[in-house]
Design a protein around this ligand. Sequence first.
Ligand SMILES: NC(=O)c1ccc[n+]([C@@H]2O[C@H](COP(=O)([O-])OP(=O)(O)OC[C@H]3O[C@@H](n4cnc5c(N)ncnc54)[C@H](OP(=O)(O)O)[C@@H]3O)[C@@H](O)[C@H]2O)c1
Length: 266
Amino acid sequence: MKKVKKVVIITGGTSGIGLEISKIYKNNGHIVCVLAYDIERDDDANSLYSCDVTNEMQVKDCIEKIGKKYGKIDVVVNCAGYGLAGALELTPTESAKRQFDTNFFGTYCVNKYAIKFMKENSCIVNLASACALFALPYRGLYCSSKVAVDMYSKCLRMELAPSKINVISICPGDVKTNFSKNRVKVFQTNDRYGDSIQKSIAKAESNQEKRMEPNKVAKKIVKLASKKHTKPMYIIGTKVKFLYFLSKFLPQKAMLKLINKKYGKK
Ligand SMILES: NC(=O)c1ccc[n+]([C@@H]2O[C@H](COP(=O)([O-])OP(=O)(O)OC[C@H]3O[C@@H](n4cnc5c(N)ncnc54)[C@H](OP(=O)(O)O)[C@@H]3O)[C@@H](O)[C@H]2O)c1
């Protein structure tokens, strides 16, 4: 039987998890459309679309171009995102809004315009994070934006269920990508926080070598996106799975204390 070529849109597909996902789909002969806001290469012009996911008009134009060109969209993977670290009190509001504009509204806009080209058995994958499951000090805006992505995914899943369009939220633990390097850090402090912000960020960026390989995470995501029946949310990473299991039994107060001991004020 002839294999059906899927039309796949990947945001943030020029780096990390998104790049690995795009390689898998390409190697399997699918049509891969990568939305990236910093296109310097022009080696595969057909599949690279210049698009900042925070710019609604660019997103709309890109998705409509793809939808009209191929007549359908089978898979959307929202990987575009970055981290923001710093004390909630001292982070500039502009930076806080930018975090939500990219991580949450970027995902929201891409899906909003893609849905009309999606038919039965197509799938939307939204990259949330383990940070959507556990509160972390000095990463409050990132955590909040990913909680929003996860909740939004579950709501969208219900709305699209009658159309048989699947929606999955993915919550990975630490992955070996440019994510730490690209994290926006607000080191500003005062007497209340002292050097705990800096220490907490350093802790978050340690143990790079122990992180999951992005190609392994990508393989799991691609497999899930092809399944007919899925759960609304998947956790990737043994450590995070264990912590999540623990959080089902421990009182929230104890859970916060445990995490704060590791990442909070010393
Ligand atoms: N790595 C982890 O430990 C981890 C864990 C849990 C969840 N996640 C989530 O997984 C997703 C992928 O992250 P990653 O680890 O693969 O990090 P990454 O290597 O930094 O990739 C992020 C991608 O998003 C793109 N991007 C950022 N802002 C954008 C914008 N406004 N418009 C278009 N593209 C934009 C980046 O483009 P440029 O390269 O051009 O800047 C990059 O291609 C993110 O949503 C992240 O929050 C990551």
